[in-house]
Design a protein around this ligand. Structure first.
Ligand code: AMP
Ligand code: MG
Length: 486
């Protein structure tokens, strides 16, 4: 499809009261130019990717070109930030353009809205590059996420520090949904809350849970399905060592996808107390806390939905969160380790618990460990793993235990590795790689942005020129905390 053939729909505007959104135009960036576009997502959306090379496409991202059917709007929401309720947040710099098929398109960094509060409505180049690349990396790992279609840069000065100008950028994001738990929190506190929450829940069901639309318990069932989805999402985050960094309720999707990338990180070496956000002093959003916080956030949603659904039922279902989460986490870990659960059953749980201790004490790069394990040709030589351990002793013992469990498995090592290689990528996008791409981009060299996008989208493939990224994160960059500033 040509750009002009994309016909957008804005059903949200017809579904909820106008006090929950603002119709507005983006404030264009000065001297905007294209940095990168995502051919894979173009294909999924049905957009001819040659269109992305046109000026019209830049204008589309920059808000100067409004597609047929589009009525740009920003949404209001509320949220619990670090556990504290904030009555009004919203799309302070994001503008929704409408949807095509299942894709709801949104630009981030498009200028002031009614919900900008003290912000400037802008996004800086570095955070835009981070979001653009990581959302594709998550998708390639089969972790539910929002996506990113393209990124434009500009000559527009943006200040996150009063003494240092940075350049503004816009990312065009695409998602099944941009509704957050925080959206429900805002609606739940509105006048005529019942009517408003009903409208919002019906919108979400029609967009994302259509099979429930005629169910007499549709609101309860929507919640149950979200609990399932979130338990699985968190299992995937934990399995790959992904940390979101700011799991406020306004950053939690009601479709169970990873949303709003800020100071995220793929853990370098395993540390269950790892914190990736430098403002998170108490570690509320530390690696180990993530599933607890997800459940806490879902409880906040249950409270909002209690206006239209049976709260006891919601609460009872929420109690299944951890058993589901653990089951899925174990299943994924078993896959990464090449363990057949039907053969060794409960033994695997102990083995995994001991693995986490071995990983922690050996200080091997977390995802590199799994990659090396999936490449082992024979079980008598673990040097490729042990050589990557700073303190190998505990890992050495663990590998012997692992070998014993594998003896129960009739598959050959080759067969086992083949299945492990499907879930253990050679490349994981780490913050230091993004930082390299950002530094080059600050000097107007965007080749590494595009190269990293390619690696992010094809993490299981060989990338001959980037063998250095298949190694452990250099120690000086490992498990660093990042600032929230974006
Ligand atoms: P976040 O923690 O990035 O998810 O953002 C929390 C809230 O601050 C949301 O309501 C955002 O829309 C808003 N926000 C963040 N950065 C900006 C900005 N530069 N300008 C306006 N609003 C912003
Ligand atoms: Mg946010």
């Amino acid at each position: 499809m040509k750009l002009d053939e994309l016909k957008l729909q804005t059903k949200y505007l017809d579904s909820v009261d106008s006090k929950f959104y603002q119709l507005l135009d983006a404030t264009a960036l000065d001297n905007a130019f294209l940095i990168s576009y995502n051919k894979k997502l173009c294909d999924e959306i049905g957009l001819d990717y040659n269109e992305c090379e046109t000026n019209e496409f830049i204008n589309f991202l920059n808000g100067k070109k409004v597609l047929e059917g589009s009525k740009p709007y920003s949404m209001v929401y509320a949220g619990h930030q670090f556990g504290h309720f904030v009555p009004q947040l919203g799309d302070g710099r994001a503008i929704n353009l409408g949807s095509i098929g299942k894709w709801h398109l949104q630009t981030k960094g498009s200028g002031l809205t009614n919900y900008s509060r003290q912000g400037d409505g802008r996004a800086v180049l570095r955070s835009s590059i981070r979001e653009y690349i990581i959302s594709e990396a998550m998708h390639a790992l089969n972790i539910p996420t929002t996506r990113a279609l393209a990124i434009i840069g500009s000559g527009h000065n943006v200040y996150r520090n009063p003494f240092q100008a940075e350049k503004g950028a816009v990312v065009l994001r695409a998602s099944d949904s941009w509704i957050r738990i925080g959206t429900f929190e805002y609606f739940a506190r509105s006048k005529d809350a019942k009517q408003n929450i009903t409208a919002l829940a019906d919108f979400v069901i029609l967009e994302n849970y259509k099979h429930l639309k005629d169910d007499e318990n549709k609101y309860e069932k929507f919640f149950y399905e979200l609990v399932d989805k979130t338990a699985l999402l968190l299992a995937k985050w934990q399995t790959y060592g992904f940390m979101h960094g700011v799991m406020n309720t306004d950053n939690m999707s009601v479709f169970g996808v990873t949303i709003d990338y800020g100071p995220f990180s793929f853990m370098d070496y395993f540390d269950k107390h790892c914190i990736c956000n430098d403002t998170d002093i108490e570690g509320r959003y530390s690696y180990n806390n993530q599933p607890y916080i997800a459940k806490w956030n879902l409880f906040v949603l249950a409270d909002c939905l209690s206006i239209i659904a049976d709260f006891e039922k919601l609460k009872n279902y929420l109690e299944t969160f951890f058993s589901q989460h653990e089951r899925e986490y174990l299943e994924l870990m078993n896959k990464r380790l090449g363990l057949d659960i039907t053969l060794s059953g409960d033994k695997n749980i102990d083995l995994i618990i001991r693995l986490l201790k071995a990983l922690e004490s050996s200080e091997i790069d977390y995802n590199l460990f799994f990659y090396k394990l999936s490449q082992l040709e024979n079980l008598d030589d673990f040097s490729s793993i042990l050589d990557n351990c700073i303190y190998p002793l505990v890992m050495k013992e663990w590998l012997q235990e692992y070998k014993q469990v594998l003896l129960l498995d009739p598959r050959t090592q080759n067969q086992r590795c083949e299945s492990m290689q499907k879930v253990n990528p050679k490349y994981i996008i780490k913050n230091y790689m993004l930082e390299e791409a950002i530094q080059k981009a600050q000097e107007d060299d965007f080749t590494l942005v595009n190269d990293l996008l390619n690696i992010a989208q094809n993490p299981f493939d060989e990338h001959k020129d980037f063998q250095r990224y298949a190694k452990a994160t250099p120690k000086e960059f490992a498990n660093l905390k990042l600032s929230c500033s974006s």
